[in-house]
Design a protein around this ligand. Sequence first.
Ligand SMILES: NC(=O)C1=CN([C@@H]2O[C@H](COP(=O)(O)OP(=O)(O)OC[C@H]3O[C@@H](n4cnc5c(N)ncnc54)[C@H](OP(=O)(O)O)[C@@H]3O)[C@@H](O)[C@H]2O)C=CC1
Ligand SMILES: O=C1O[C@H](COP(=O)(O)O)[C@@H](O)[C@H](O)[C@H]1O
Length: 474
Amino acid sequence: MPSNQPALPESVVVVLFGATGDLASRMVLPALHEVHDRGLMPAHWRLVGCATDVLDDDGFRDLVRASLERSELGVPAGWDPSAVRYAGGGFTAEDSGELPTVLAQVREELRDTAGTEPVVLHFLAVPPVAFAAITKGLGAHGLADGARVVFEKPYGTSAESFKELDALVKEVLTEDQVFRIDHFLGKEGVQTIYVLRFANQLFGSEWSRASIDQVQIDVPEDLDVANRATFYEATGAALDMLVTHLFQVAGQVAMEPPADLRDPESVIAAREAALRAFRPLDPVEDVVLGQFEGYTDIEGVPSDSVQDTFVAARLWVDTERWRGVPFLLRTGKRMARKTQRITLVLKPPFGPLAGELSEPNTIEICFAGDGEIRLGITVKTPGPDLTFSPGKAVLELDDVPGGEPISPYASLIHDALIGDRSLFTTAEGLRAAFAAFAPLQGEARPQPEPYAPGTWGPAAAHRLAAPHRWMLGE
Ligand SMILES: NC(=O)C1=CN([C@@H]2O[C@H](COP(=O)(O)OP(=O)(O)OC[C@H]3O[C@@H](n4cnc5c(N)ncnc54)[C@H](OP(=O)(O)O)[C@@H]3O)[C@@H](O)[C@H]2O)C=CC1
Ligand SMILES: O=C1O[C@H](COP(=O)(O)O)[C@@H](O)[C@H](O)[C@H]1O
């Protein structure tokens, strides 16, 4: 978002690894077409889907069409299936499958139409276990040269595996070719945090321990995991969501003001300095894990699985601004509802009304969908008496005049195309995230506690929010 908008390439081939998976279908394929629909794609572009399944081009085009039909965008007018190709048979260093041949054909076709060599954008929408093999394959088959490569999260599954993966990636690619994506950073609501703060002194001046008691970053999901049990059982809630999305959002809230909000390097440096100040989690005092009842009945999940489907954590950010302010992070599957919210819980007032108000004031940033800002304030209850009522002032970001919200993947794919790295993570930043997360993967990892589907998770998580309560929920 913040850059001075460098130019788009003349033409591009997007190679989508994991093209038959959940992420590709629900998010990446619709996002690519949204980028096109908004006129943000190069005039000449092609999509090559790559996966193990044996499909022909038409079979994959049917999958793409079905994904678009299910999406909010729908099938854009003038959608051209002939711009979509499929390369099956998987892709590793040892066995390149059909990709090199199909890609060579598509590049030649684009060279003929656009008159320039297309940029190749490889998008790895695959589980973390597959990143290394595909990266080696890109090097071995000469497909890394000049390409940009988007890696999904989690980039590594522990501090050690992150180090190994990053070393391998650096053997094959230079840092400016690598885009480590975390789509929460692309959400309108998350991008608005720094504008809310740096453009409005009202908020900027309160953004510290002087005024804030707690920061809550709450991402309950009602979603099941049955359609991606293999991925989920290998990953779990903490790795899937906490060390990735929730830590990045916490970094976005906790950052010091960047020197220049339009300079990607300044923005990344500020966010990642905050990540480096995360104190390593204390798994005993500060973490509650949960597993929803019925998880082990899902096909593909072992009956004795101790994988977490819920995590609540109290994170400490050891900077001058935030020392002593808990960042409460919570997420889980099969919870009471789906939403995504940051709540800054403000300290109680002092002065003539000290001790009289039952609800704390809050600044809430909802980052689900198009995003919303809500202020929880206290007003005089209209009427003859001096009594008080909690009130909410709400600004929906899709109501902002002239605004046209963009979905997170579309926003980030566009950034990768123009080479803007502000909202991507660096290896240094992820190293810091995994360092803070590491104790949760050690011997002190707590056992997940059971919770009933449709609830707010194990009751044990309540204590983390004391002396307040989780602002979402019962
Ligand atoms: N689903 C979601 O909501 C989101 C997922 N993500 C991330 O996206 C990635 C993929 O997740 P998701 O789509 O849910 O997973 P799925 O299991 O639904 O799909 C994975 C895809 O990757 C391919 N794949 C699986 N194993 C391998 C392997 N060993 N080597 C190469 N390809 C493989 C599969 O195709 P085939 O085996 O046929 O090649 C399939 O197309 C994960 O890293 C996840 O963290 C990020 C944001 C949201
Ligand atoms: O990365 C992931 O994100 C989704 C939630 O993303 P959303 O923006 O669609 O709400 C989560 O369900 C999934 O488990 C995880 O892999």
